[in-house]
Write a protein that binds this ligand. Structure first.
Ligand code: GDP
Ligand code: MG
Length: 435
């Protein structure tokens, strides 16, 4: 979706002043791009209409930078469409706080019960995981394995009655003084009435403060339809959109809030138990519009970096004093955080500048070696790297001059992007054209 919209706006940018038919044409293309990304038809229609209204009512046609005005409108509407502000989990005044995970089979309920429990644990709240998916013995084992992995207790009564298990689980948490309960439930491949009735009974028995609908983003529109049904029957309070690390086209994220009224609270970005991110509508809107997701990157960094380090980094990004030393530092930190490819996706422009580049750990070591062979001054001011310096560095690091060239180019590109983003952080929209 990002690419499609990016291309549309790029063309717009070259056009200078716009007339009404230009705007109409752009909106038509935006609509097609949304539909191709699996956005539900009524949502896409409404979205385009709102943009049209806003564009007509604003100074788009008379503006000197019409493209920028249109992008700004689209950005604001995207954020609005996805729920505006970031939504948080609700806690109960009368512990334990009970969360019920619901959704189709394979959507990621069990995995995300574990991810959520781990996140709460990191915030100092212990969780009792309750295994109320009794139809597949493997489901209970899966939850137990997760529990061991994150060192949290799992309550199960093997193949008993799920409603009773849920109730007993909550009672057990009360007895043990555990403040949070996450109930993992069964799913079906398709919505069926027995499943819904069972979930309604569990809801009545344990009165969860949140019913979290777990949706597989890869299933696109289907996820949205299923969410609607679950919402009608159970009243969901939030959505966890999973498998956003795959090649999901993102349409579900754009439709699901509008179709259910429930906010997306988290996104799952991998199979690992740490692969969970809070959902920020503004950041996804930025990513869709091709601005990368430096804020998420900085937040990720924060959990590894000290706060002071992260603040310094943000300051450097703003002032574009980002040096190769910082780059190296980041690469090393990043390696602690998980897959390099995921991280690179968040750096604005990088995935566009280097399409189809798969980063493997060997490349990272190479980069490390190259930067380590540079002098202080060279790291701070890579622009002084002339031919003979590059040769020396290649020799010193056991690489080729072409490797050194590639690295410098890559660094310059990301520094350029960060400079544009730096402007945005202070509240301005980045200069058009975007990365
Ligand atoms: P459940 O049937 O709803 O409980 O789904 P599971 O939690 O068992 O997940 C089904 C499959 O999807 C498992 O193989 C998970 O590892 C995988 N999975 C879950 N969440 C994610 C995610 O965010 N990203 C990726 N890539 N895989 C996921
Ligand atoms: Mg499961």
């Amino acid at each position: 979706l990002g690419e499609r919209l990016g291309a549309i706006f790029d063309r717009l940018a070259n056009r200078g002043r716009l007339n009404e038919s230009d705007v109409a044409e752009v909106l038509r293309e935006v609509r097609v791009a949304l539909l191709e990304a699996d956005v539900a038809l009524p949502v896409a229609k409404e979205f385009v209409n709102r943009i049209k209204e806003k564009a007509v009512g604003s100074d788009v046609l008379t503006s000197l930078t019409p493209a920028q005005s249109v992008v700004k409108i689209v950005y604001d509407e995207l954020v609005e469409l996805m729920g505006g502000a970031a939504a948080r989990l609700t806690y109960s005044d009368a512990p334990p706080t009970v969360y019920l995970m619901v959704g189709l089979q394979g959507s990621g309920k069990t995995t995300h019960a574990g991810k959520l429990a781990l996140r709460l644990k990191e915030q100092g709240r212990r969780t009792l995981l309750v295994a109320a998916d009794v139809y597949r013995p493997a489901a209970i084992d899966q939850l137990k394995t997760l529990g061991r992995q994150i060192d949290l207790p799992v309550f199960d009564e093997s193949q008993g009655d799920p409603v009773k298990i849920a109730r007993d689980g909550v009672a057990e948490a009360k007895r043990l003084g555990i403040p949070t309960v996450i109930i993992d439930t069964a799913g079906r491949l398709q919505i069926d009435d027995r499943l819904m009735v069972e979930l309604e009974q569990i809801k009545a028995a344990v009165k969860p403060i949140e019913i979290l609908f777990v949706a597989d983003a890869m299933t696109g529109q289907e996820a949205v339809n299923v969410a609607k049904t679950f919402n009608e029957r159970l009243g969901i309070t939030g959505v966890i959109l999973t498998k956003m690390d795959g090649d999901a086209r993102g349409g579900a994220a754009l439709s699901i809030h509008r179709m259910t009224g429930a906010p997306i609270k988290f996104v799952g970005v991998g199979e690992k138990v740490t692969a969970l991110e809070a959902f920020y509508p503004d950041r996804l809107a930025q990513r869709i519009l091709g601005m990368g997701d430096v804020l998420t990157l900085i937040e990720k960094t924060q959990s590894v970096y000290s706060e002071q380090q992260a603040e310094d980094l943000a300051k450097k990004l703003r002032k574009s004093q980002f040096t190769l030393d910082d780059f190296l530092d980041q690469l090393r930190q990043v390696r602690k955080m998980g897959s390099m490819n995921d991280i690179m996706k968040m750096i604005p422009g990088l995935s566009k500048a280097l399409p189809n580049v798969q980063i493997d750990e060997k490349d990272v070591s190479k980069t490390e070696a190259i930067i380590c062979s540079m002098t202080r001054r060279e790291r701070e001011r890579p622009e002084i790297l002339n031919g003979s310096r590059r040769k020396r560095i290649a020799l010193g690091s056991g690489t080729q001059v072409s490797d050194v060239n590639k690295l410098v180019k890559q660094f310059e590109a990301s520094r350029q992007m960060m400079k544009q983003l730096g402007g945005m952080k202070k509240g301005r929209f980045p200069k058009f054209p975007m990365p």
